[in-house]
Design a protein around this ligand. Structure first.
Ligand SMILES: [Fe+2]
Ligand SMILES: [Fe+2]
Length: 187
């Protein structure tokens, strides 16, 4: 395991390039803790539990960087609200991280992608359902309690809510988000 991933997963340590305030850092740790709990529940080996936790700890690691800097790092085609995700994946790649599954989980966590594996899907779920986001009448708590076993059904609910929010604001959808949705509903 790459040392940046090991340190994030085992000690919730962020790399020197992270741009992430206290509250966001706490959100990342909660997402990571939820992911490692699910990984343990799914009987994944300890190494995988550390790797899943790292994905959560790191997923928003550059979200507080200036937006122009994030676009510079991420390249074209990413809307402002999601550009922190590919920018973080790029930073990890520049550090020598070659774990494609973890990189894609981070890169696509706000938008989805049809090629995401279990880690990528659970990161979307943990980001949306981590206990610090509770509220909205306990609906998130109820969805979280269905996991990790209820992944396909809960993922469909969560992704539908995210897409609906964009549609209600007349915002464009990325094609990878549409393809992800079509895969989820079996089209
Ligand atoms: Fe994010
Ligand atoms: Fe997040």
């Amino acid at each position: 395991m790459h040392p940046v991933i090991e340190r994030a997963g085992a000690a919730a340590e962020l790399p020197a390039w992270a741009r992430c305030g206290t509250r966001r850092r706490a959100h990342g740790v909660r997402v990571g803790d939820l992911l490692s709990t699910w990984a343990a529940h799914l009987d994944l080996p300890e190494r995988e539990q550390i790797r899943w936790r790292a994905a959560g700890v790191l997923h928003d690691a550059v979200k507080d960087a200036p937006i122009a800097e994030l676009h510079d790092v991420a390249g074209d085609g990413w809307p402002d609200p999601v550009v922190h995700a590919p920018a973080c994946a790029h930073r990890l790649e520049a550090d020598g991280v070659e774990d494609r599954s973890l990189l894609d989980a981070i890169r696509y966590h706000p938008v989805g992608h049809p090629d995401l594996d279990a880690l990528g899907e659970y990161l979307i779920l943990a980001d949306y359902l981590e206990p610090g986001r509770s509220g909205s009448g306990g609906k998130r708590d109820r969805l979280r309690e269905l996991l990790p076993e209820g992944r396909p059904d809960v993922l469909t609910v969560v992704v539908r809510q995210r897409l609906r929010r964009l549609l209600d604001k007349n915002r464009p959808l990325m094609s990878c988000s549409v393809d992800f949705w079509n895969r989820l509903v079996g089209q």
